[in-house]
Design a protein around this ligand. Structure first.
Ligand SMILES: [Fe+2]
Ligand SMILES: [Fe+2]
Length: 174
């Protein structure tokens, strides 16, 4: 069995991942309304990744015979000052999640919960990628804030979506 402290914190993290999903849907809808299909598609895909993270955590708890407690989530931000704001918010969110993932890993180690420590390793790598992706995107969107087509071209050129990762943890419900 995983450590109780880890189980409690991982259940909270499921809420953070679903909150990230909701936030990215809100970002995607904002860009879709501006007729920026590339940025909208990018955020719809990010939203699905966040849902995937939550469902990996659900599957892990089930595999470990631990209690699953799906948290409620606060409403995301849906209105933005300009095309830069959603990406800045996304970068802040990814940095916050990185700190949460690190804290979960720390708890697993403090509790000598080696299986949970190992489970967290994939998320550590994932957060490095997500922070790097959003950080690059903040740079591009700030530079091209008055040239929406340049932003759209960048996404089409540089963000082709990720291939399936065979090392990724299993997702509850397939
Ligand atoms: Fe995530
Ligand atoms: Fe993320």
């Amino acid at each position: 069995m995983p450590a109780d402290r880890f189980v409690d914190q991982l259940n909270l993290q499921i809420g953070h991942e679903f909150a990230a999903h909701q936030q990215y849907v809100a970002c995607a809808a904002y860009y879709d309304l501006l007729t920026m299909p590339q940025m909208a598609g990018f955020f719809y895909a990010q939203a699905m990744e966040e849902r995937g993270h939550a469902m990996m955590m659900v599957q892990y708890l089930i595999d470990q015979d631990a209690q699953v407690r799906i948290p409620g989530v606060a409403a995301p931000q849906s209105e933005f000052a300009d095309v830069v704001a959603p990406v800045e918010l996304a970068l802040d969110q990814e940095r916050r999640v990185t700190a949460q993932i690190n804290e979960l890993t720390k708890i697993a180690r403090e509790e000598y919960d080696f299986a949970s420590d190992q489970f967290m390793q994939w998320f550590i790598k994932e957060q490095v990628e997500e922070v790097a992706t959003m950080s690059d995107l903040v740079t591009v969107v700030r530079r091209s804030r008055d040239n929406i087509e340049a932003i759209e071209d960048y996404i089409q050129r540089e963000q082709k979506g990720e291939a399936a990762d065979p090392s990724a943890p299993a997702i509850a419900g397939g």
